[in-house]
Design a protein around this ligand. Sequence first.
Ligand code: MN
Length: 194
Amino acid sequence: MGSLDDYRRKRDQSKTPEPFSGRASGDSRFVIHKHDARSLHYDFRLEVNGVLASWAVPKGPSTDPRVKRLAIHVEDHPLDYADFEGVIPEGEYGAGAVIVWDAGRYRNLMGEKEEPLSMSQSVEAGHVEVWLEGEKLKGGYAIVRIDREKDQWLLVKMDDSEADARRNPISTEPASTKSGRTIEDMYHDHDPTP
Ligand code: MN
C-alpha cells in the first residue's frame, strides 16, 4: 500500500532525527480554488496518480454534514496547477480571477476500509472519501456520483469531530490561504487602474 503509518507508529518524532514527512501514496495534496468565472464556483482538486482530479462546486464546500453540494466532475489538471493564483484573461477558457481558497494534505479513507480502494479506483467507482488537513477545511469529506451521464456528484462533509454546522467558511473566510488576497484583490493587482 505504500503507507508510512507503520513507520510512523514505531518512531517518536520528538526523539529521533529521522524524517517523518515522507509522502506516502495515501498522503497527497489537495487544493480548493475559488474561481470567478462566468459564474463563481469552487474547484475541489485532489492529487491522484500525479494529476489533480477536479470537481467544480458551484456553492463551495460546507462544514455541515446535513448539507449536500453539487460537484461537477471536470477534467484532470496538472499537479503544479495546485499553486496557481491569478487572472485568466478575457476570451480564454475559464476567464476570471482564481485564488487558492484552501490547501493542504489529504488521506484516502477508502484505502483504510476492509476492502481498500486506491484513489483512482474510488473515482472510477463513483465514491470518494478523503480526510482533509487544510487550513479552513479539516476532517472527512465524501464525494459521491449521482449521475454518471452528466458526471454529477455530491460533496458532503462526513459526520466526524471536525463537522460544524455553525461554521460557514465560504462567507467568513473568503481570502486565499496562500497569499491572503481576495478575488477582488486579484483583479486590482492585475489592473490597478479603477
Ligand atoms: Mn473552475
